[in-house]
Design a protein around this ligand. Structure first.
Ligand code: C6P
Length: 405
């Protein structure tokens, strides 16, 4: 593809350098590799200005605070948020969703209210709502999916009782990209709040919170080149200001007496304790890296590679690919007849190819597909068509090795 120098990009990832047999990493939906610039940003913090944030009135603490807050501003800009204080750093998308389930849902839901999610959610966007429904008496409902991993008659499930609609923007199993903007509009017309789980979408396509008009957006840093242990919650300013705190502790307070306390301004109200400073700074560097290439270019490059991979994989006899073949993000879940996905993943590992096998933290989808597990190859900006070819060859070899008939 023109204008996309994948070799130049790969050269910036130490995980791909200097190996006899280079790693073919196709488990990007689980977590991504880190470019040198992200590793350097983390190292620089620890080796040059390691200090706590928002507390010290000495130079290195002020520098740490500046870099930490600058990362917040760059992440806000990346998703089109016009107010950087509507970004709360969390450990990941899971914690962002739990923050909403504890600090918003438990204070706003009552018996008779409905929480609406979909059958294609990751457990991170199911369990917090099961627990919130249990604690508030609200009812948890699901928009069904069909066997192509597409939502079925979504509008039918949104009604005046819906108080919260939580939906993934992109499925981690099928790669389906959901029409979240349209569904948000419908949910808002019934007065519901909308949470979008952008863990799988944000690494691959432009996510604009003003355009989506979502109330909450859950973000995962480590799936978009940032260190593990960092993510974020975006929430509309007025909602964040009204919300009760999630965790209590240092930095989230204004005044504390023996009996009670008042809270800091947002976002500190939601960032109790010492945050993941180095990881947040690394997240800022990851956003810079993506911006230097351009998210639209990444999307086009990955789109072309995904179409190529689907065509190549489809040539393998006994191959079943799950989900819509044409309209998807860079995630392909599949099974090969007569081969258990765990055996396949192990044999591919012997070829230095990393894929994921299992239920992908989405057991309701496995039940829907009536399979115990699938294999899953997921791509990112550093993968190549040659790696797809190697994957297909290794699958053929594994099939031959495991053949039972
Ligand atoms: N999915 C996968 O292999 P964290 O790790 O907390 O930032 O993100 C959790 C999460 C939330 N939503 C979706 C749609 C996800 O796919 C994930 C993480 C990984 O599919 C690890 S299980």
């Amino acid at each position: 593809m023109m204008n996309f120098d994948v070799e130049k990009i790969r050269a910036q990832f130490p995980m791909f350098a200097g190996k006899d047999k280079p790693l073919i990493y196709l488990d990007n939906a689980a977590t991504t590799q880190k470019p040198q610039s992200v590793i350097d940003a983390v190292t620089k913090y620890y080796s040059e200005y390691s200090a706590n944030v928002h507390r010290g009135i000495y130079a290195i603490s002020e520098k740490a605070t500046h870099e930490y807050e600058s990362a917040r501003t760059r992440i806000a800009k990346f998703i089109g948020a016009d107010f950087e204080k509507s970004i709360v750093f969390t450990r990941g998308a899971t914690e962002a969703i739990n923050l909403v389930a504890y600090a918003w849902a438990r204070h706003n839901l009552n018996p008779g209210d409905e929480i609406l999610i979909t059958e294609m959610e990751h457990h991170s966007n199911i369990i917090p709502w099961q627990l919130a429904a249990r604690d508030t008496g609200a009812t948890l409902r699901y928009i069904p999916i069909d066997e192509t991993g597409t939502l079925v008659e979504s509008e039918k499930y949104i009604n005046p009782k819906t108080k919260l609609f939580a939906i993934t923007q992109q499925s981690n199993v099928f790669g389906t990209t959901n029409p979240v903007k349209e569904l948000t509009e419908i949910a808002h017309s019934f007065g519901a709040k909308v949470l979008v789980d952008a863990a799988q979408a944000m690494p691959h396509l432009m996510v604009d919170v003003v355009d989506l008009d979502c109330d909450f957006l859950a973000i995962s840093g480590h799936k978009m080149l940032a260190p593990t242990g960092v993510g974020a919650l975006f929430a509309k300013q007025e909602i964040l200001e009204e919300m009760e705190p999630f965790l209590g502790g240092g930095e989230m307070i204004e005044q504390v007496t023996m009996e009670t306390a008042t809270w800091s301004e947002i976002p500190q109200k939601f960032e109790a304790g010492t945050p993941n400073i180095a990881q947040a700074i690394g997240f800022g560097a990851a956003v810079d890296f993506i911006n230097q290439i351009g998210i639209e270019k990444i999307k086009d490059y990955e789109g072309e590679m995904t179409r190529y991979a689907i065509a190549k994989l489809s040539e393998i006899s006994g191959m079943q690919i799950y989900g819509d073949l044409f309209c998807r993000g860079p995630v392909i879940s599949f099974n090969v007849s007569g081969v258990h996905s765990h055996d396949l993943a192990q044999l591919l590992d012997m070829e230095n190819i990393a894929i994921r096998a299992g239920h992908h933290c989405a057991q309701p989808i496995m039940r829907k597909l009536d399979v115990p597990a699938t294999a899953r190859a997921s791509f990112y900006l550093y993968n190549t068509k040659a790696e797809v070819d190697a994957l297909c060859e290794a699958i053929e070899k594994a099939k031959w090795f495991l053949a039972t008939d």
